[in-house]
Design a protein around this ligand. Structure first.
Ligand code: ATP
Ligand code: MG
Length: 233
């Protein structure tokens, strides 16, 4: 049985159909690179998986159990955690308080110590507001906050947005550590090939539908490009 199963997922913003029948499976410990042009529905899909918006039709199952729609608490308890586009940290709180926001959803190995071991630089900055950190360090806080919930599936939206190549490499090294813990990942990155390089599978969306899924190792840039513009491979 797949860890995560989406069947016939639709979602709307008022009249606007943002997702139009998405079927997708993810196995335990698997990494999926999710691609698609601006407005394809990637962020909507991730927000829906975390219970931040309900589907208008369709079901999400984790380990065979149907998630109640639009229930962030239930999604977190089932093991879904989001590293959101733009990070969305709280600047009125310290780094450590931001990390603690994620804690308590589930039991597991991601204590503050484990998060600081993964991102040692955050230990030194733990009493500071996140706004005083570099973009890369802020992304580490956002990843750490999600890990504090001890997810089985980590959803990373626009993971390298605004980061230098050097810091992007650091963030990807951290994602590899997360993979070694057996956590499944869905990664959205503007640079699809970078996400593809750490993935088992790739998926591409166009106008709220999946136009391609395939093995990361053998899916060509040409096939990705075609799917990007809506042509099924
Ligand atoms: N809050 C909102 N209200 C109304 N429409 C929205 C809202 N958020 C997204 N949309 C629309 O839903 C569709 C899917 O948007 P979404 O943000 O999921 O795409 P995306 O693939 O993440 O794009 P990007 O690459 O730009 O981040 C788009 O047409 C977008 O304009
Ligand atoms: Mg987006």
């Amino acid at each position: 049985m797949p860890l995560l199963e989406l069947s016939g997922i639709h979602a709307r913003y008022g009249e606007m159909a943002a997702l139009q029948g998405v079927d997708l499976d993810l196995s335990e410990g698997e990494t999926l690179a999710l691609a698609g042009a601006n407005g394809a529905g990637k962020t909507t899909l991730m927000r829906l998986l975390c219970g931040l918006m309900p589907p208008s039709r369709g079901e999400v199952r984790v380990a065979g159990i149907c998630l109640p729609p639009g229930d962030p608490r239930a999604a977190a308890a089932a093991g879904l955690a989001l590293v959101p586009e733009g990070r969305l940290l709280f600047d009125s709180l310290s780094v450590e308080e931001n990390l603690m926001i994620g804690a308590g959803a589930r039991a597991g190995r991601w204590s503050l110590k484990a998060i600081y071991d993964l991102f040692p630089v955050l230990r030194d900055k733990r009493t500071q507001p996140p706004g005083s950190l570099s973009g890369g360090q802020q992304q580490m806080v956002a990843i750490g906050r999600a890990l504090a919930a001890n997810p089985a599936i980590l959803l990373c939206d626009e993971i390298s947005l605004g980061l230098s190549p050097l810091v992007t490499r650091e963030v990807y090294e951290a994602l590899k550590s997360v993979q070694r813990e057996g956590i499944a990942l869905i990664v959205v990155d503007q640079d699809v090939s970078r996400a593809q390089a750490i993935s088992d599978r790739v998926a591409c969306m166009f106008q709220g539908r999946l136009t391609l899924t395939g093995p990361a190792a053998t899916t060509t840039p040409q096939a990705m490009k075609a799917a990007f513009f809506g042509d099924a491979a």
